[in-house]
Design a protein around this ligand. Structure first.
Ligand SMILES: N[C@@H](CCC[C@H](N)C(=O)O)C(=O)O
Length: 278
C-alpha cells in the first residue's frame, strides 16, 4: 500500500487534489491513474482532477494538471490561483509577485494577502492564441448545427483549447448534450473545452462550461478568459475593460488588456488536507 499527502483546494468550486512534489514522491507513470483514482467521488476523494506542485528550473514553482479522466492538460486558470495561494502560504515563494511555470510556459501571479492568508490572486495568463492551428482545430467550420439550432464557434487557445458558443439564454444552453459532442468532435483532434456564454451587457456575461476530460465543472478559469476574448472578438465587449464573468461557482474578473495579455482575478480556497492511500 502506498500513501501520499494532499491538499484539496478550489477556485469557485472547481476543485482539485493538490500534491506537493517538493515533499512527496510520485512516479511519472503513476500520475494519470492516481488522478483518476483521487477524483472518483465513490472510491477516491472526489474532485475535478489532480494538480501537482512541482520544482522547476524556470520559476520557483511549476503546475501540472491532470483531468478527472487522467489526461494531462497544458493549463488551468483556477488551478494557477490555488497553486499561487499554496506556494505563498507554504513559503515556496517569499514575494507577492512570482512566476508559475506550466507546460504551456510561465505565467505571473500576484497574491492579495490578509492576515497572512491569500484572499485573491491575479494571474497574467499571457496572450490568447487565435489561430486554429493553436488549438488545434481542423477544417473551416464557423458554425455547428445541433437539434435544429445553429451555434457560432469561436476557437481560442489560452495554452489549452477552448471553443466558445454564444447563446441567448444560459439556462437553456445544451451543456450536457452538445458539450460532450464538441469535446470529442473530429475537428478538435486533441479535444476541446466547450463554453456557453450569454452576454448580459458590455461588462458582464453568464458562463457555463463542459470541460475536456472532466465534464461539467463549477468554473473554468482558462475558459472564462477565452470567453472574454471571444466576446471582444465578436464586438460584445471592449479590450481594456474589466469583465465580470458569472460562473456556476461564482464570479471571475477578466481583462484582455490593450497590451494583449489576459488578466484573471479571483479567489482560491483550501477545503481540507489529508493522506490518500492507494
Ligand atoms: N478547470 C481548468 C481547466 C482544466 C483543464 C481543461 N479541462 C483541459 O483539458 O484543457 C481551468 O480553470 O482553467
Amino acid at each position: 500500500m502506498k500513501q501520499i499527502s494532499f491538499t484539496k483546494m478550489h477556485g469557485l468550486g472547481n476543485n482539485y487534489i493538490y500534491i506537493n512534489l517538493f515533499e512527496e514522491q510520485l512516479a511519472e507513470e503513476d500520475m494519470p491513474e492516481l488522478a483518476r483514482k483521487v477524483s472518483d467521488i465513490y472510491r477516491g476523494i472526489g474532485s475535478d482532477g489532480m494538480i501537482l506542485i512541482c520544482p522547476s528550473e524556470k520559476a520557483p514553482v511549476k503546475m501540472r494538471i491532470f483531468n478527472k479522466d487522467g489526461s494531462e492538460a497544458k493549463s488551468c486558470g483556477n488551478g494557477l490561483r490555488c497553486v499561487a495561494k499554496y506556494a505563498f502560504e507554504h513559503k515556496l515563494v517569499q514575494e507577492p509577485v512570482f512566476q508559475i511555470d506550466t507546460i504551456s510556459g510561465p505565467v505571473t501571479a500576484e497574491v492579495t494577502v490578509k492576515d497572512e492568508l491569500v484572499e485573491y490572486v491575479t494571474i497574467n495568463m499571457g496572450q490568447p492564441r487565435l489561430r486554429r492551428t493553436d488549438l488545434p482545430m481542423y477544417g473551416g467550420a464557423e458554425t455547428f448545427t445541433f437539434e435544429d439550432k445553429t451555434y457560432g464557434l469561436t476557437p481560442v487557445s489560452m495554452g489549452n483549447p477552448h471553443v466558445v458558443l454564444f447563446v441567448e439564454n444560459i439556462e437553456a444552453a445544451p451543456l450536457t448534450t452538445l458539450g460532450p459532442i464538441l469535446e470529442k468532435h473530429e475537428m478538435f483532434p486533441e479535444g476541446v473545452n466547450v463554453e456557453f456564454v450569454e452576454v448580459i451587457n458590455e461588462v458582464s456575461m453568464h458562463f457555463r462550461v463542459w470541460e475536456r476530460g472532466s465534464g461539467v465543472t463549477q468554473a473554468c478559469g482558462t475558459g472564462a478568459c477565452a470567453a472574454v476574448v471571444a466576446g471582444v472578438l465578436k464586438g460584445y465587449m471592449q479590450r481594456g475593460e474589466e469583465i465580470t464573468v458569472h460562473l456556476a461557482g461564482g464570479d471571475l474578473f477578466i481583462t484582455w488588456t490593450e497590451a494583449g495579455e489576459v488578466m484573471m482575478k479571483g479567489p482560491a480556497e483550501v477545503i481540507c488536507t489529508g493522506v490518500y492511500q492507494y
